[in-house]
Design a protein around this ligand. Structure first.
Ligand code: PMP
Length: 307
């Protein structure tokens, strides 16, 4: 899905015209991948108002990612939150994806050079269902990737760090080239970790399980939202290790993420999950989620920041 050009992008404190939001080809992060980013969504709710979902938590994670990758962000959490809201407002878009990025710019290319300036940008653009409308409705087909999540001495999975996404991009490209919608990655211990940009949930006999946040996964904000919603529905949710073959014999499997929202999985490695269609529990939690972000739910207004 190509990016449709909008009016402005927030760059280092100012809103600049879309085409002027550029950098030098010798920017440090372009070569070595040290940088931190986030992905958020602004939704138009049933009453017509636009709200950013869990803005504070996303910006907190962005600053945590900066800490993990030793970048000192020149902006505060409040300033970055305001930048996200401003960029949506100025582009007059009722619903969009928001992409903040903090990276090392042009100055020097030594690996350890402290000279390159820290640059900050926030863009927004239209982005529909990440795994397709059909995937959201009928479920997606996944494969288990031979590319693993690394252990935390090789990759720091708690941060959304640019260069670390090479393994996700490769796993995803190989899955797509192989005719699948998404790849599921295993952790260094051989247990299920997550999708390339989503967390994973597995249901069997009414009990829902997801890998623990201490494992080699990103602690997803949609994952946290889902856990809270499952509890509100009175469902049992356990954070524990999941073996590969438990995916094959699950009643239901679904993926969660800002981009993917809550997407059912209907097939893994050519095995049908459950009846090969989204199960009742996935449907229920998907419905609650969409009611919170773009429906009429009022109970979770604290998760929304209105423009
Ligand atoms: N895992 C990875 C590797 C991701 O990149 C993402 C997307 N940010 C997620 C999980 C889901 O996280 P969130 O729900 O916060 O978007």
């Amino acid at each position: 899905m190509g990016i449709k050009k909008l009016d402005k992008i927030w760059v280092d404190g100012s809103l600049v015209p879309w085409d002027q939001a550029t950098d030098h080809l010798l920017a440090h992060s372009m070569h070595y991948g040290l940088g931190a980013y986030e992905g958020l969504r602004a939704y138009q709710r049933a009453d017509g108002r636009t709200a950013v979902f869990r803005l504070r938590e996303h910006i907190e994670r962005l600053l945590d990612s900066c800490t993990v990758c030793t970048i000192e962000c020149p902006y505060s959490q409040e300033q970055l939150m305001t930048a996200c809201l401003d960029v949506v407002r100025v582009n007059k878009i009722p619903a969009c994806y928001i992409r903040p990025l903090i990276y090392l710019g042009y100055g020097a290319l030594g690996l350890g050079s402290l000279e390159p300036p820290v640059r900050t940008m926030v863009a927004c653009y239209e982005w529909g269902a990440y795994l397709g409308e059909d995937g959201l409705k009928n479920g997606v087909r996944c494969m288990i990737s031979s590319i693993m999540r690394a252990n935390s001495n090789a990759a720091m999975n708690k941060g959304k760090i640019c260069g670390q996404y090479v393994s996700s991009v490769l796993a995803k490209r190989m899955a797509v080239k192989g005719g699948f919608d998404e790849a599921i990655m295993m952790d260094p211990q051989g247990y299920v970790a997550e999708g390339t940009g989503q967390n994973i949930f597995v249901a069997k006999h009414g009990v829902v399980r997801t890998p623990p946040s201490s494992s080699a996964i990103l602690a997803g904000i949609t994952r946290d939202t889902t856990i809270q919603l499952l509890r509100e529905h009175g469902l049992e949710i356990r954070e524990e290790s999941i073996a590969r073959d438990e995916l094959y014999i699950a009643d239901e499997v679904f993926l969660t993420g800002t981009a993917a929202e809550i997407t059912p999985v209907r097939e893994i490695d050519h095995r049908r999950v459950g009846r090969g269609e989204p199960g009742p529990l996935t449907r229920r939690i998907q419905e609650s989620f969409f009611s919170v972000v773009k429906g009429t739910d009022k109970k979770h207004d604290h998760w929304l920041t209105y423009l």
